[in-house]
Write a protein that binds this ligand. Structure first.
Ligand code: IPD
Ligand code: CA
Ligand code: CA
Length: 269
């Protein structure tokens, strides 16, 4: 499959998982917690991942899947393909009836993310990207190519962020954002990292950062940002990683990285 074909195939799976999640939304119930008591797992997180895994396995039995709920079984095979799946990003929003939740599916080839889909069923918004093919928002009216914000000064930026589930980390994240807030246009905490990144790609957020994200949170959304002309980086200009994921237009992301470093974000985790 080409990268574009992977993106289109991932799109069909995300649509199906989205239908499943919409159908289960009225009857959502917590079935477990993960890292802390606030890190909810509903009956639909696992159901969505099971559907995604089933569709991949049926069509491409040699591919490996890394999913938030089930992890990864086995090593990447000779075909070099690994799928990176957050079957329900924004579980707390989903549980409370807020619409910002998504299915996020990315495809890695030989370790590089080459295709990604983020589908936000309750908002009827879907985002698609493949390597070298641009990032696109899909609406009933058609496909629109995305570009990141043109804002160049952090003081004029609306900055998205997120908080982890661990109380200690939240305290550190809260101190950083409290000091950042008076120096930017505004701050948003929407509650779902994959949509946040798509909205950076679209310019609805000028930039975004969070410490502690998992790879499945940003694998697909990060490709949207890159294909829309932005970067996903850490504090030092390396690729985004769990310690810190900063997304935005290159110059703005660099300013944000410098500011976050001054605010002590290096010790945020
Ligand atoms: C969470 C969301 C949230 C972010 C957390 C993530 P989940 O993912 O993306 O916005 O702040 O760090 O864990 O648990 O809803 O899949
Ligand atoms: Ca997530
Ligand atoms: Ca999730």
């Amino acid at each position: 499959m080409t990268d574009e074909e992977f993106a289109e195939f991932a799109l069909t799976i995300a649509y199906e998982a989205g239908e499943l999640l919409l159908a289960g939304w009225q009857d959502v119930r917590p079935v477990a917690t993960k890292s802390t008591k606030h890190d909810l797992v509903t009956q639909m997180d696992g159901a969505s991942e099971a559907l995604v895994r089933d569709r991949i396995a049926s069509a491409r039995p040699d591919d490996v899947v890394l999913g938030e709920e089930e992890g990864q079984q086995g090593d990447v095979s000779d075909n070099g393909i690994r799928w990176v799946v957050d079957p329900l990003d924004g579980t707390v929003n989903y549980f409370y009836g807020h619409p910002a939740w998504a299915v996020s599916i990315a495809v890695e080839r030989e370790g590089d993310i080459v295709a990604g889909v983020v589908h936000i069923p309750a908002l009827h918004e879907t985002y698609l990207a493949w390597s070298g093919g641009g990032a696109w928002s899909l609406t009933p009216q058609g496909r629109n190519r995305l570009s990141v914000s043109k804002v160049v000064d952090l003081g004029d930026a609306v900055v998205g962020t997120g908080f982890g589930y661990d109380a200690g980390r939240r305290g550190r994240q809260g101190k950083i954002v409290a000091e950042l807030l008076p120096t930017v246009r505004d701050v948003r905490r929407i509650g779902a990292a994959a949509p946040d990144l798509c909205w950076v790609a679209q310019g609805r957020l000028d930039a975004h950062y969070e410490c502690g994200l998992n790879y499945w949170d940003w694998a697909a959304g990060g490709l949207m940002v890159a294909e829309a002309g932005g970067v996903v980086r850490d504090l030092d200009g390396g690729p985004g990683r769990t310690e810190m994921t900063i997304a935005g237009p290159p110059a703005l992301a660099a300013q944000l990285a410098a500011r976050l470093t001054k605010l002590g974000a290096r010790d945020c985790l």
